[in-house]
Design a protein around this ligand. Structure first.
Ligand SMILES: [Zn+2]
Length: 67
């Protein structure tokens, strides 16, 4: 189980209050890292991969923002 310490800060607001959240997709349990401060969300992946994906997105600044 990964911890928040592995997550990079949000690329939009710089807040470190980010955490993986479960979200169902096509009946499959996947996770998406979400910024609790501004609502930015990383790509939905299986658990550990969502963290890696978030960290990649923060460096690439490709994460999308949802209002
Ligand atoms: Zn944010």
């Amino acid at each position: 189980m990964a911890t928040n310490s592995e997550l990079k800060p949000c690329p939009f607001c710089g807040d470190t209050d980010v955490q993986p959240q479960a979200c169902g997709m096509n009946g499959v349990q996947v996770y998406s890292v979400r910024c609790l401060s501004c609502g930015a969300r990383g790509p939905a992946e299986y658990h550990d991969e969502c963290i890696e994906a978030w960290n990649r997105r923060t460096s690439d600044s490709e994460a999308h923002h949802e209002e």
